[in-house]
Write a protein that binds this ligand. Structure first.
Ligand SMILES: [Zn+2]
Ligand SMILES: [Zn+2]
Length: 104
C-alpha cells in the first residue's frame, strides 16, 4: 500500500485509523523523561485523532473551517480549526453511532 503524504500521515480505514505526528515536527523536551509534547503539537495531534475517529464513524470532510472535520490542506488549517465537531457533524455522528452501536 502506498500512502500519499501531503501534510501529515493520517488515514482512516473503516474501524481503524493511523495517525503519525512526524510531519508536525514535534518539539519534544529532551530533558523530560516522559517525552512531553509541546502544547502546539499536542493540540494538532488531538485535532487529527478526533478528525480520523470522525472518519471511522462515517463522517466526511466538512465545509465549516472551524469544524474538526474540515480538511487540513496546510498546517494553518489544523491550527485554525477547533477540536470539536460543528452542529451538523455532531448530528451525523450521533445518527451514525446510534445505527452502528445501537446499545449506546
Ligand atoms: Zn479527513
Ligand atoms: Zn462539520
Amino acid at each position: 500500500m502506498i500512502m500519499v503524504l501531503i501534510l501529515f500521515f493520517s488515514e482512516a480505514f473503516e474501524r481503524v485509523c493511523i495517525v503519525s505526528i512526524t510531519r508536525f515536527k514535534p518539539c519534544v523536551k529532551s530533558d523530560e523523561k516522559d517525552n512531553v509534547l509541546d502544547k502546539k503539537t499536542e493540540e494538532r495531534t488531538i485535532k487529527t485523532v478526533i478528525h480520523e475517529l470522525g472518519h471511522t464513524f462515517g463522517l466526511h470532510h466538512c465545509e465549516n473551517y472551524k469544524c474538526v472535520m474540515f480538511f487540513s490542506n496546510q498546517i494553518s488549517d489544523t491550527d485554525n480549526k477547533s477540536d470539536d465537531f460543528c452542529e451538523r457533524c455532531k448530528k451525523l455522528l450521533k445518527i451514525n453511532i446510534k445505527n452502528e452501536l445501537p446499545g449506546l
